[in-house]
Design a protein around this ligand. Structure first.
Ligand SMILES: Nc1nc2c(c(=O)[nH]1)N[C@H]1C(S)=C(S)[C@@H](COP(=O)(O)O)O[C@H]1N2
Ligand SMILES: [Mo]
Length: 409
């Protein structure tokens, strides 16, 4: 799957008006309606955990999560010793609106569109569970993960949720291949795009109703490695993570992995949605006026501690962390404990799985005082984390090495 070629083709088609779902004219009209305030919102700070009847169902204890309105990021300190897969009780949640409670016995998946040979086909959860199941360890990461570092590390103003590095998690997802379901539904050779829509409330921003959360996939990706998942770490998929059924789209940005899937359109022409024309697109001085689409996640690393952590001075400290890349497994991770002056190679811990992550560790004997930790990962394709991430106004794909202040005392 060559995402760059796909994005170029779709951009040309969109600009030429060969688009259904969300045209360039729709976007211009919306942007004008929303006025100078912009439609993407502004940087929001952390707010106290919401009550149980808030947008997220599961408990969000402050030692596990930092809450941002309808979203909650995992505290990296909560992943120390947590094993390869992130437990459900600490997996980050990114909701455009709020978690819907769906009766899985009544739930149906409707597959429809001009890219099918026949009419719509409907599946119950039972129907999906009767099809051949597959399980995979896959990372889900928000495209905006690390966004706050554009501001704190690069002095740049960006809009969107001010995530640290906790909008990522690897889980064991079990379900059915999307390709199996599409073939059952009568996929035709003329199919072009596949678009799942969520059953959560419509997303309204700047006073405009953008409809259900949705984003198209090219049929090639849809048939390649995408899952319709109904289990997470061995449990029925929890409400906050898309239960009863969500998409899992390996290596692509989190928005591709549509939660609470209710409908899947298979089109015979290019499809567009605000989630690939208005959001999840690079805008800014380095990009074309219409913005530049992207689909894939980048390379990142995180220490399993929170910024500002206090570690014991003068004794051995075992630093642990994880690194991940959408382009392939991690080859090595270099760690600096002296603000980038010297670097040591971290020891890999446990498995390195494609489209998931690599855990690592390094021993350190800090002198009393303030220190800055950094980790830089390189994947098997040679992609490595830069010192500076490429600025874009919506703050996506912050892949630079993060400076983590700690104190030894
Ligand atoms: N229906 C629906 N699907 C969605 C979203 C949403 O708000 N509604 N958020 C997306 C985004 S932006 C991300 S990063 C992932 C987050 O998945 P998680 O909440 O299970 O961690 O879900 C994606 N799927
Ligand atoms: Mo996201």
């Amino acid at each position: 799957m060559d995402e760059v070629a796909y994005d170029k083709l779709r951009t040309r088609q969109w600009q030429a008006g060969q688009a259904r779902g969300f045209s360039r004219r729709d976007l211009l009209r919306l942007t004008a309606a929303a006025g100078a305030a912009g439609v993407a919102g502004t940087l929001t700070g952390a707010t106290p955990a919401l009550a149980a009847d808030g947008p997220i169902v599961k408990p969000l204890p402050p030692e596990l999560f930092k809450v941002f309105g309808t979203n909650a990021e995992t505290r990296w300190s909560a992943l120390a010793g947590a094993g390869y897969h992130v437990p459900i009780d600490r997996f980050f949640v990114r909701n455009h609106t709020s978690t819907p409670i769906i009766d899985s016995a009544a739930w149906r998946l409707e597959v429809f569109g001009a890219g099918l040979r026949g009419g719509p086909v409907s599946f119950s959860l039972r129907d999906l569970q009767r099809l051949r199941a597959v399980a995979r360890s896959v990372a889900v990461e928000c495209a905006g993960n690390g966004r706050s570092y554009f501001t704190t590390q690069q002095g740049q103003t960006v809009s969107g949720t001010a995530w640290g590095l906790g909008a990522v998690g690897v889980a064991r997802w079990r379900g059915v291949r999307l390709s199996t379901v599409l073939r059952r539904a009568g996929l035709s050779s003329g199919a072009v795009d596949v678009q799942a829509s969520g059953l959560d409330p419509n997303f309204v921003t700047g006073g405009v109703d953008l409809g259900p959360v949705r984003r198209p996939l090219p049929v090639r990706k849809a048939l390649d490695d995408v899952l319709l998942a109904y289990k997470m770490n061995g449990s029925p998929l929890p409400a906050d993570h898309g239960g009863p059924v969500r998409l899992i789209v390996p290596s692509w940005i989190g928005i591709a992995s549509i939660k609470w899937v209710g409908r899947i359109e298979v089109s015979d022409e290019p499809l567009f949605s605000p989630w690939n024309t208005q959001f999840y697109r690079f805008f800014g001085p380095d990009f074309p006026a219409d913005g530049q689409p992207f689909d894939r996640q980048s390379v990142k690393s995180a220490f399993e501690l929170d910024p500002g952590a206090v570690v014991p001075a003068g004794s051995r400290v075992r630093l642990t962390g994880r690194s991940w890349s959408a382009a392939g497994r991690i080859k090595h991770v270099d760690v600096s404990t002296d603000n980038g002056v010297s670097w040591r190679r971290a020891r890999p811990v446990g498995p390195s799985i494609d489209h998931a992550w690599q855990r690592w560790e390094l021993d350190w004997r800090p002198a009393a005082g303030a220190h800055v930790l950094q980790a830089r990962a390189t994947d098997v394709r040679g992609n490595t984390q830069p010192d500076v991430a490429r600025f874009n106004t919506l703050g996506y794909l912050f892949d630079a090495v993060v400076k983590v202040p700690v104190t030894a005392a």
